[in-house]
Design a protein around this ligand. Structure first.
Ligand SMILES: Cc1cc2nc3c(=O)[nH]c(=O)nc-3n(C[C@H](O)[C@H](O)[C@H](O)COP(=O)(O)OP(=O)(O)OC[C@H]3O[C@@H](n4cnc5c(N)ncnc54)[C@H](O)[C@@H]3O)c2cc1C
Length: 486
């Protein structure tokens, strides 16, 4: 059986991520030395990566951990350093890929932690079921979705991913296996959103919801400025199952923060054209283009953002227009372009996703105008509504979320984001740990008021701190504000 013990390479920020480096000789079966990063392709570090296929292999890796600890990793769609462990052991969980048949009576499906949500969806749709909560990409594992307690475009109605998890199997740092249900409130809601630091999820029983078709009836229209966009997004979220808005940060003057709002509902058979009603659960093909490796740096700039924004705005309808869209394309528009993170070239990208409470619409509008006027080009800005969430470290809170993408080498980016941190924390908001690569311990404490409660649960589950990530080291997630251990 493999152990996670091997020499470590020095970090090489110039190397491509998630691939064995030149010294990647497996010193034990399934073990390789790799330089890893998150989806943002910044901050590459050397890790000992062990692809595990069974719970016994996970237990063995935990029991033989050295002082740099162990961390589970899914499909590495977190943007920053949440799924890396410099100089330590990283368990590639995608080998735990068993997917059972749907339990039609209970409307559930059991999936291994390494199964991608896209695979669960593809298995469920022919039987007329979907996952009630899906994030903006389907290339996310069950374990990763639970660890970040991900949300979709329907958080106000459906809550987060964990809201629909009936139970999961958690392997503690000691190697003990535990079945966790919502009755075990603290462990459940500390693992949901716990960023892999309370234990390793081996599998989960996921609640499904019935649908009649594979299509979404979407309604979209443009809004002339950020105030109109905020109002229309709130209405769309109340009126539709799903709602999302794209903010055009390239627009200037009175139109700053204009955008397109889209609401969506699962289509019924009667909504389909006559020729599709016979096969309402037919799945549409997967059309993908790929961004080649070696894409040049500097392509994402304000002139490019303005040109693309203007073109998108021009295509969007002035008045509400309805269309049928395949569920996958509606929920995961970026999945049509594989490796789109390469568009940012060698420096990579930083995503800043904030959540702020209801009643802070002026603050959101101010942030949008501030970013639009700043030197750092922002090609992607997505606005959604959020509802309340019970998780101790879960990101959502009742209010608004805004996700902003920047080239990692944008001018004065860190100054801008530090200013946003202050505004966000000052109104009781927070940034999303699954997207973060820069928060400091003092800001984390301000943003996550239940941090100490979460730390107490984590200590009870992993008293010696075997489970550890670069995110945890950088932010002091496991220890910040914890004077007992300081
Ligand atoms: C294009 C895009 C769109 C996105 N849209 C959304 C969105 O709409 N909503 C949203 O909430 N998020 C969104 N995300 C973020 C993404 O859903 C989360 O980062 C998610 O956690 C990634 O899952 P993963 O399998 O890639 O996990 P990784 O990124 O590999 O790991 C994420 C965390 O999960 C932990 N983890 C992984 N597997 C396990 C396991 N088996 N047991 C315990 N812990 C584990 C890791 O240690 C790490 O802390 C998006 C990301 C991208 C790239």
């Amino acid at each position: 059986m493999s152990t996670c013990v091997a020499p470590v390479t020095s970090p090489d920020p110039r190397s491509p991520g998630s691939r064995p480096g030149p010294v990647a000789e497996a010193s034990a079966a399934g073990l390789s030395l790799q330089r890893l990063s998150g989806w943002g392709r910044t901050g590459f570090v050397g890790c000992r990566v062990l692809r595990v296929r069974t719970p016994d292999e996970v237990a063995h890796a935990l029991r033989t951990a050295d002082q740099r600890g162990v961390l589970p990793r899914g499909l590495a769609r977190s943007y920053g350093d949440a799924a890396q462990n410099a100089g330590g052991c990283v368990l590639d969980m995608t080998g735990l890929d068993h997917l059972e048949a749907i339990d039609r009576e209970a409307e559930t499906i059991r999936a291994g932690a390494g199964v991608a949500l896209g695979r669960v969806l593809a298995a469920a749709l022919p039987s007329g079921f979907v996952l009630p909560v899906l994030p903006g990409t389907a290339s996310v594992t069950v374990g990763g979705a639970l660890a970040s307690d991900v949300h979709g475009k329907n958080h106000v109605h459906e809550g987060s991913f964990a809201t629909h998890v009936a139970s999961f199997t958690l392997m503690l740092a000691s190697g003990e296996r535990r079945t966790v249900t919502r009755a075990d409130h603290d462990v459940f809601w500390s693992t949901a959103g716990g960023m892999g630091l309370t234990g390793i999820v081996l599998d989960a029983v996921l609640q499904l919801r019935p649908v009649e078709t594979t299509q979404v009836l979407s309604v979209r229209r443009r809004c002339e400025d950020i105030e109109a966009l905020l109002a229309a997004t709130a209405t769309a979220a109340a009126d539709h199952e799903y709602a999302v808005a794209w903010v055009d940060l390239g627009a200037r003057g009175a139109g700053a923060g204009r955008g397109v709002v889209e609401g969506g509902d699962h289509a019924g058979v009667a909504d389909l054209p006559a020729d599709r009603r016979q096969r309402p659960l037919r799945q549409d093909g997967d059309h993908r283009v790929t961004v080649p490796a070696g894409w040049p740096s500097g392509v994402v700039s304000w002139p490019a953002v303005r040109a693309l924004g203007a073109a998108r705005w021009a295509r969007a309808p002035r008045r509400a227009a309805t269309r049928l869209r395949p569920l996958g394309r509606f929920l995961h528009p970026l999945d049509g372009v594989s490796d789109w993170n390469r568009l940012y070239g060698r420096p990579g990208l930083v995503q800043y996703q904030l959540a702020v409470p209801d009643g802070t619409e002026e603050l959101v509008a101010g942030i949008v105008r501030r970013v639009a006027a700043g030197p750092a080009a922002c090609p992607v800005a997505v606005l959604k509504r959020l509802g309340p969430q019970p998780g101790l470290l879960s990101f959502p809170l009742a209010g608004w979320t805004l996700a902003l993408d920047f080239p990692a080498d944008a001018p004065r980016l860190h100054h801008l984001l530090a200013e946003l941190d202050d505004r966000v924390a000052g109104c009781g908001g927070r940034v999303y740990l699954a997207k973060d690569s820069r928060l400091r311990p003092e800001t984390l404490i301000r943003m996550y008021p239940r941090l100490a409660e979460w730390q107490a649960v984590r200590r009870s589950l992993d008293p010696t701190g075997v489970l550890i990530s670069d995110l945890a080291r950088r932010t002091g997630l496991a220890t910040a504000g914890d004077h007992r251990r300081a």
